[in-house]
Design a protein around this ligand. Sequence first.
Ligand SMILES: [Mg+2]
Length: 233
Amino acid sequence: MRRDDPQTLIIDADDTLWENNVYFEQAWDEFLVFLSHSKLTAEETRSIFDEIEIANIKVNGYGAKNFARNMVECYRHLVERDIAQGDVEKIMGFADRIFHQPIEMMEGVEETLAYLLERNHDLILFTKGHPEEQRLKIDRSPVGQFFREFEIVREKDVAAYRELVSRFRLQPEITWMIGNSPKSDINPALEAGLNAVFVPHERTWSLENTQLRGAGPGKLHIVENFADLSKFF
Ligand SMILES: [Mg+2]
């Protein structure tokens, strides 16, 4: 089962190496209480917010700052009282806490990365989002020593994977994308002809949690947690 030849392992960061979405969920919960809508349920409010996010992500991209702006837009759209002075700052403050969270590594990540490196696999970190926000998280985490390259892109779509393959001259048959998001990690990597390992995370952002598709010639493994990668590599 375990591959002895060195493989190229492209590894996602948010909610694969470290906790991320849970902090966005906490900010959202605070927002819901603050908005305190008289008729809309939490789910209805969220689906209105999701529409705002989907539209704005195309223009502004991802990240906590954009998330904060989207909550402000949602607030202006839904609030049933006069907007008071300080309301916007208060909402920005909910999201601001996301920046100040200490990086919480997922269980077994550091030991597993050290093991993978020892087995001579080539490790590339591949994350999407706001370049500065992502760079800060990488710098504050202990993963710097393990990866050969750190790639931050605006969107992890099929084109982004093809671009990565061509820039680093990767061989698709021995290249694997490893991550928690069907939408950004698994499906586009398979479609670009790579192999993939899905590492599910129960708090994955709903907009990332699409169906796993098996398109392409590559293999797909599903593991329970990051440490299980040692069964395959
Ligand atoms: Mg992720």
